[in-house]
Design a protein around this ligand. Structure first.
Ligand SMILES: *[C@@H]1O[C@H](CO)[C@@H](O)[C@H](O)[C@H]1NC(C)=O
Ligand SMILES: *[C@@H]1O[C@H](CO)[C@@H](O)[C@H](O)[C@H]1NC(C)=O
Ligand SMILES: *[C@@H]1O[C@H](CO)[C@@H](O)[C@H](O)[C@H]1NC(C)=O
Ligand SMILES: [Zn+2]
Length: 479
């Protein structure tokens, strides 16, 4: 009898501890059910929301958020996002993100120290499908076509539909214009009409102060980093570095080197000549060096916001059979988690008014690389957000970091970055002294006052810009 009871208890235990996640291709309704179930299991660390416009065919674009305080930005807590299935027929990322949502929840509940530390220090947003309509078409037609289901239902490739900010930054560079970030307000013309899926994601990018993200695709096996668009317009083979090239390579390598196979130099490519080179260069590539594209989401993130984004090509087969999904999860799991931790590299801190102690949002953080005698300005600034908090991803090195805002004296600090694993970024705060009313009083540092002149009249606080817009973060009523 006792044995029997124990067996029953064991069975109940086994039943309850099976998390119920099934590896398969989840349809658009099942996708929502997985998110809903995770939210039910992990109610106080998750929230499910939909972007403010659905797809062309009316399917909501769902996101699940993980945070110890879901629903809000917390000062000094960096925000991360993964978006998958932007090309409807590239489906692995969609299933990986559904599994990831379940895994984060289960690991948190089971007390996995690494995942608990990650969720406590990071706000994570997972959007399994940006193109549910394309997914449906690809699935209904057997899923094996290279193109069917790639676009949204208006036949627009969403990864060509973002405003082309690369052209603007390249022109700014040529004219030695100082503006090198938050370029959306310089857009004067849009090639194709913005699609609802694109508009929704643009708002997401403008509304939430993301620091790091990745965009999951399929058709090759490589971590691709900006720029995707070449400077000269050349179709391929033109390495087009951003000012943060070193950091982007570091980020891309964090994924590829933790993937089972991506960085393995002995593996084959996916057929074409470029693809066979990727493994030999660590499983990473500059986007434009591979092929140039305009209107992509990756470069848009970098040039419109403080976010750094890379594009992950997760395998040769765009629509792998359900039977390999579990194996693919195992091949990607370490990389998926390791990449999220990269949101904590570099430095972060609070910019505040030295007299009132009030946080200053919309301040600019400029970095000069002074490692081993170098003196290289990184011509891509980040800005402080709602709580005066800023996040500056950096590779190990020594930097002179300057914070400034119109009406204040600029302030610089020397910082050595080492990026220890599984640790939050080093905190470097700046107390800015309000400028005296008299215009004749000069900054005590000539160089810094020059920087201030160059940037002083530059614009507005993007957070205010985003806040003017109606909230997109509609919580979903979950029964
Ligand atoms: C979630 O709720 C449970 C039960 O009320 C509580 O023990 C736990 O500490 C909560 N977790 C967080 C992150 O608030
Ligand atoms: C749009 O959706 C309809 C209905 O599912 C489908 O028949 C049609 O092929 C789709 N068009 C495109 C371009 O995806
Ligand atoms: C700064 O320079 C050092 C030495 O060249 C390099 O290792 C590091 O990656 C650079 N940092 C950035 C952010 O470019
Ligand atoms: Zn793709």
């Amino acid at each position: 009898m006792k044995v029997f009871v124990a067996l029953v208890l064991l069975q109940i235990y086994l039943y309850e501890s099976t998390d119920g996640f099934e590896f398969k291709h989840h349809d658009n309704q099942e996708l929502f059910h997985v998110l809903r179930d995770v939210n039910t299991k992990c109610r106080n660390i998750t929230r499910v929301y939909a972007l403010n416009e659905p797809s062309v065919l009316g399917i909501p674009l769902y996101v699940i958020e993980f945070s110890t305080r879901p629903g809000r930005h917390e000062t000094l807590k960096p925000e991360f996002k993964y978006i998958a299935n932007m090309h409807g027929n590239e489906v692995l990322g969609r299933e990986l993100l559904l599994k990831l949502a379940d895994y984060l929840c289960e690991s948190y509940l089971n007390g996995n120290p690494e995942i608990k530390a990650l969720i406590k220090s990071t706000r994570i947003h997972l959007m399994p499908s940006m193109n549910p309509d394309g997914w449906q078409l690809a699935t209904d037609t057997g899923g094996q076509d290279y193109l069917i289901g790639r676009t949204n239902n208006n036949s627009i490739d969403l990864n060509r539909n973002f405003p082309d900010l690369d052209r603007i930054v390249f022109e700014n560079e040529e004219e030695n214009a100082v503006k090198n970030n938050h370029l959306l307000e310089q857009v004067t013309r849009i090639n194709d009409p913005l699609q609802p899926e694109t508009r929704s994601v643009i708002r997401l990018i403008m509304q939430i102060p993301f620091v790091l993200s990745a965009n999951m695709h399929g058709g090759d096996l490589v971590a691709n980093y900006p720029y995707d668009e070449s400077r000269t317009g050349s179709q391929k083979d033109e390495y087009t570095a951003t000012p943060d090239d070193e950091t982007f390579r570091y980020l891309a390598l964090a994924y590829s080197s933790n993937h089972a196979d991506m960085a393995n130099p002995k593996r084959g490519g996916c057929g074409d000549v470029d693809s066979s080179k990727f493994a030999k260069q660590g499983g990473i590539t500059n986007g434009a060096k591979w092929y140039s594209l305009q209107g992509g989401m990756q470069d848009f993130n970098y040039l419109s916001s403080n976010d750094f984004e890379i594009t992950l090509e997760l395998g040769c087969n765009k629509y792998p059979p359900a039977s390999v999904l579990e194996k693919e999860w195992e091949r990607n799991r370490k990389a998926i988690i390791a990449y999220m931790w990269q949101v904590h590299i570099g430095i972060k801190g609070i910019i505040y008014d030295s007299e009132t102690k009030q946080p200053i949002s919309g301040a600019t953080i400029h970095v000069k690389n002074i490692t081993s005698g170098l003196s290289n300005d990184i011509h891509h600034d980040v800005t402080s957000v709602y709580g005066g908090d800023y996040y500056r991803l950096l590779t190990p090195g020594t930097y002179k970091v300057t914070a400034f805002k119109e009406g204040y004296l600029p302030h610089s600090k020397l910082v050595t970055v080492t990026n220890p694993s599984y640790t939050e970024a080093q905190q470097v705060d700046f107390a800015l002294k309000p400028l005296p009313i008299s215009p004749f009083i000069q900054s005590d540092n000539y160089i810094e006052s020059k920087i201030d002149d160059r940037y002083g009249s530059r614009n507005q606080d993007w957070a205010a810009w985003a806040e003017e817009r109606e909230p997109i973060l509609e919580p979903i009523a979950i029964a």
